[in-house]
Write a protein of this length. Structure first.
Length: 253
């Protein structure tokens, strides 16, 4: 059997894009304002929904996978968040909530009208995830990812009048349909699409505890340089030192 060049290109793209959110825009799909239609595609393991925990808001660093919540690995940021919660004052709790890991969900989708882009990855929150699980478990729809008898989903995204945040509503089409009709390329195109689903695990940056410690120390020292003398840095033994000492230790490592 000849080597699948499309699959090899996808693997190379995943390697080149790994850990760089700015270069992965072509892989991820974000619902545009208004209405769009998608089809969740089937995966070999029978579970198209993947769950991850991310840390955000650590200075200007991009979001990254939480070692503790995803892999059970102790890490400095998780320890720092826990100690902020234990401190109990309003500012500490507010900061802990900003830094604590947030859960996000992802699924491979074929976006109607963008089939030429191949399978893309849709990231969504808990509310949309609950809607999707409700559809999956509704016997009236059967397997919504089935290649021949699955169901497209209409996504409505945007802000309601007076709302602070946009919302996502998900409505299944009334009729089932093939994933790829003749206009898209039929079964051959379907086989190609399913053979080139992006590997979600390879798309997100994974930091070591040492890297996270550096990021945390730099973030804390940055706040200290802006005149906040109350900030302290926690080490892995749950003791504290001044930010100046922590920063000097970092620079001398």
């Amino acid at each position: 059997m000849a080597i699948n060049l499309n699959k090899m290109r996808a693997k190379l793209d995943a390697l080149n894009n790994r850990g760089n959110f700015d270069k992965k825009d072509s892989v991820f799909w974000r619902p545009p304002e208004g209405e769009s239609a998608i089809r969740i595609v089937p995966t070999p393991d029978g579970d198209p929904f993947k769950e991850y925990w991310f840390h955000y808001n650590l200075g200007k660093n991009a979001g990254f996978l939480s070692p503790k919540r995803n892999f059970g690995i102790e890490d400095p940021l998780n320890d720092f968040v826990r100690q902020l919660f234990r401190a109990g004052d309003d500012d500490s709790v507010r900061q802990a909530k900003d830094l604590m890991a947030k859960q996000r969900f992802f699924a491979p989708v074929l976006v109607r009208g963008e089939e030429d882009k191949g399978v893309q990855i849709w990231g969504f929150g808990k509310t949309a995830y609950q809607q999707l699980l409700g559809l999956v478990l509704n016997p009236e729809y059967g397997d919504i990812t089935d290649v021949e008898t699955g169901t497209d989903l209409v996504i409505k995204y945007g802000k309601s009048p007076g709302a602070s945040y946009p919302t996502t509503s998900i409505t299944p089409r009334r009729r089932s349909s093939p994933l790829c009709d003749d206009n898209i390329g039929g079964p051959e195109r379907c086989a190609e699409l399913l053979d080139n689903i992006p590997d979600i695990d390879s798309l997100f940056p994974r930091k070591t505890p040492e890297e996270i410690q550096v990021m945390l120390d730099e973030w804390l020292s940055g706040e200290d340089s802006q005149g906040n003398d109350e900030i302290v840095a926690y080490d892995n033994n749950n003791t504290t030192s001044s930010v100046d000492d922590a920063f000097n230790d970092l620079m001398n490592a």
